[in-house]
Write a protein that binds this ligand. Structure first.
Ligand SMILES: [Mn+2]
Length: 583
């Protein structure tokens, strides 16, 4: 009897156990069920969670995220073609150019869902990506953006992103005052059933702080930043997510295509099959360089991601929690500029990586000029906001040796008040970050090939003519152009001339050279820091070592040229007058 009771009790326990297991499984299935997910992916996700993380695989057929069929569309700007307005619309063209820095009137006539050319390497269509990639918030920061330009950015994301990976498009309004960006915008995005979310700053914060706010508010596991005037290309997101999925400390950057600010023509910026990556010169201007062989060779396929020292700033993907862990952006950076370097140095030096992703292409409108001012944000600060930002960044992340190169190239930066960086230095300490020399040796090793170590300045300041007390000036022209003399204004800028220990005469990132036509502003030869100039302290002449002639001012025409040296001629005498800040 007792034996029977024992048996039935045991079978009841087993039945209960089996029931329990089934219940747990059902609850798990219900909990992980996602309306948007197609059943194949859901299954793959379940099985993958049990096993190893997959890596992208190059296959012979079409990749798993490739669109199956592409709608053939006709109309203005379709297939990324240039759209030209009628001569009768010239008023609208001019108006939108001056309001937005781009032809919004042209954009208005192009469908928000227009097709664009697939600019990827052909190989890109044949990658299979893991299907359980992290969910993503696409964050778009805007300030007074043109309606159709902003919304085409949103539409392109919705049209070309797998629904189950897109947690949301998060629009962050940095205090716009254009009327249609208020109620009309809120009303418009209602059609997307919560997939597009809009939050607003209650005062102007600037791009950098607004981006940081977007990261805090986002709900996806990964955040992707896009400018408010972009169009994402075919299958752009999975290739950006795959490296992050493999290693959450990798930040990824799409390859940027150009959208013409006048015609909205969509076209690649880079030549086919050539890969570029982000570097910088010592005045902290962003530059790009062809990817070194050493880096290219570390990959198996030409369409695979490659490492880059830095990025242009506007477009990238990063694990949200990781971004917040490394302090997002330095909150002391103002408005715009230098934040791309701050994030890059921080990521690399503190254990992460930056990869550019050839199979992810995003079009971006390069504006003709910045159509808005920084308002009150700029008025609080003395001196150039961007240079203040650069100074914060280099004082935090560079070592003493490399800081000196920055101050050689931007001598007035020494006078700028960068504010308190103790928090940033503490963060660097807390994260156990490597030093800048490590970064230069292992990551940005191609910077010195293009921008070698800078010899110190022997002189810098205004270069005044003894004869007429006017100053050498670029007149704001780009190279190649003739240098001139102008009234000395004392603000530096186009009149801030540097002579280095190797005879290079520089102004900003450019060089001053001479030929038969005269004294010229020229591109400095990449990879060199020397020059032809010899300054004689006693006679105040500037001699060109190759031509064996001196810089001279024509008494009547004010034309600058090389003349046979005459130490007694005041028109050949020049004095460097040190500048002091005028702010
Ligand atoms: Mn932009």
């Amino acid at each position: 009897m007792s034996f029977v009771v024992y048996l039935s009790r045991r079978s009841r326990t087993i039945r209960l156990l089996v029931f329990g297991v089934i219940l747990v499984l059902v609850i798990y299935l219900l909990a992980t069920y996602d309306k948007d997910t197609n059943s194949n992916f859901r299954l793959a996700r379940l099985t993958q969670n049990l096993g190893e993380r997959q890596v992208p695989r190059l296959i012979t057929g079409l990749g798993n995220f490739e669109p199956k069929e592409i709608e053939d569309r006709d109309g203005p700007g379709e297939k990324g073609a240039a759209h030209h307005l009628q001569p009768s619309q010239q008023n609208d063209i001019d108006q939108s150019e001056s309001d937005y820095g781009m032809c919004v009137a042209c954009s208005d006539e192009i469908s928000l869902d227009r097709s664009i050319l697939d600019t990827r390497l052909p190989e890109c269509a044949h990658w299979d990506y893991p299907t359980d990639l992290p969910t993503t918030s696409v964050i778009i920061v805007f300030h007074n953006e043109g309606w159709s330009v902003l919304l085409r950015t949103v539409h392109s994301v919705l049209n070309r992103t797998p629904k189950y990976l897109l947690k949301e498009v998060l629009l962050v309004d940095d205090f716009s005052d254009k009327e249609n960006l208020k109620y009309d915008l809120e009303k418009y995005i209602e059609q997307f059933d919560g997939k597009v979310r809009l939050i607003r700053n209650s005062q102007r914060e600037g791009l950098i702080r607004t981006r940081s706010r977007g990261a805090v508010e986002a709900r996806g596991e990964v955040i992707v930043y896009l400018d408010a005037h972009c169009e994402v290309n075919t299958n752009w997101l999975p290739p950006l997510l795959a490296p992050i999925y493999r290693d959450r400390t990798i930040m990824t950057v799409p390859i940027i295509d150009g959208i013409d600010h006048k015609t909205f023509e969509y076209r690649p910026v880079y030549g086919e099959d050539r890969h570029f990556r982000g570097i910088f010169e010592w005045g902290m201007l962003y530059k790009e360089n062809e990817v070194p062989e050493r880096e290219l060779k570390s990959r198996k396929h030409n369409s695979e991601p490659y490492k880059s020292p830095t990025h242009a700033g506007g477009l990238f993907a990063i694990d949200r929690k990781y971004f917040l862990e490394i302090g997002s952006y330095d909150p002391g950076l103002l408005v715009w500029g230098g934040e791309n370097f701050e994030l890059s140095f921080k990521i690399w030096q503190c254990g992460g990586k930056i990869e550019w992703v050839p199979c992810s292409r995003v079009g971006h409108v390069y504006r003709s000029f910045m159509p808005y001012n920084f308002g009150k944000l700029a008025q609080k600060k003395k001196g150039s906001l961007i240079t203040i930002n650069y100074k914060r960044v280099i004082e935090t992340w560079f070592d003493e040796k490399h800081k000196e190169f920055f101050y050689t190239r931007e001598p007035m930066a020494r006078f700028l008040d960068m504010g308190d960086i103790s928090e940033q230095l503490a963060l660097k300490d807390r994260l156990g970050c490597k030093n800048f020399q490590w970064y230069m040796d292992n990551v940005a090793y191609d910077v010195l090939e293009k921008y070698p170590e800078l010899p110190p300045n022997v002189h810098f300041g205004e270069l005044r003519s003894v004869a007429v007390t006017k100053c050498l000036d670029t007149l704001g022209h780009g190279p190649p152009s003739l240098m001139a003399v102008q009234h000395c204004h004392g603000f530096g800028n186009n009149q801030l001339i540097r002579l280095n220990a190797k005879g290079q005469l520089g102004v900003g990132e450019r060089c001053i050279e001479a030929d038969a036509q005269g004294i010229k502003l020229a591109f400095c030869r990449l990879g060199t820091v020397d020059g032809p100039w010899l300054y004689d302290e006693s006679s105040h002449t500037l001699m060109h070592r190759v031509h064996k002639k001196c810089m001279a001012l024509h008494p009547q025409t004010s034309h600058l040229s090389l003349m046979p040296c005459d130490v007694n001629n005041a028109y050949q005498q020049w004095v460097f007058k040190p500048l002091t800040p005028k702010w």
